[in-house]
Design a protein around this ligand. Structure first.
Ligand code: 5GP
Ligand code: ZN
Length: 116
């Protein structure tokens, strides 16, 4: 897969940086975010290195988004949240800090995390 040398998420995919794996197939990898906004906060990334949504080909986007319902259902089963946010930051101005495309799946529990 097109790895980018200085990319921490490419290193996570290859196991050079440890991560708590949530899901993996030939195209997509999902793992717990190191700073959990809520319990079960997960990042879903394509194995192909693309910087963000602006630089993503349709095939990579399709594969990435196609896996989200299944991964979200797994998180729901494991953590039993009441809802979930799916977020994506593109470029620094929008809060992107790691420049390998990723979706945040953030389980929501209601009052205890500020909602409800
Ligand atoms: P962004 O701000 O780019 O949308 O999100 C990047 C996310 O990557 C942040 O929520 C941050 O906590 C997470 N992150 C950064 N470095 C690591 C790491 O080495 N391991 C894991 N599991 N998450 C990381
Ligand atoms: Zn990368």
């Amino acid at each position: 897969m097109s790895r980018h040398e200085d990319c921490i998420f490419c290193k996570i995919i290859e196991g050079e940086i440890p991560s708590a794996k949530v899901y993996e197939d030939e195209d997509v990898y999902a793992f717990l975010d190191i700073s959990q906004v809520t319990k079960g906060h997960t990042l879903v990334i394509p194995k192909k290195h693309v910087k963000n949504i602006y630089e993503t080909d349709a095939e990579t986007a399709e594969k990435l988004f196609a896996r989200v319902p299944r991964i979200a259902e797994g998180i729901k089963q494991a953590f039993n949240p009441n809802g979930m946010n799916v977020l994506n930051n593109n470029e620094e101005a929008a809060g992107q800090t790691v420049f390998h495309l990723h979706l945040h799946l953030i389980p929501r529990y209601g009052k205890e995390d500020g909602f409800g």
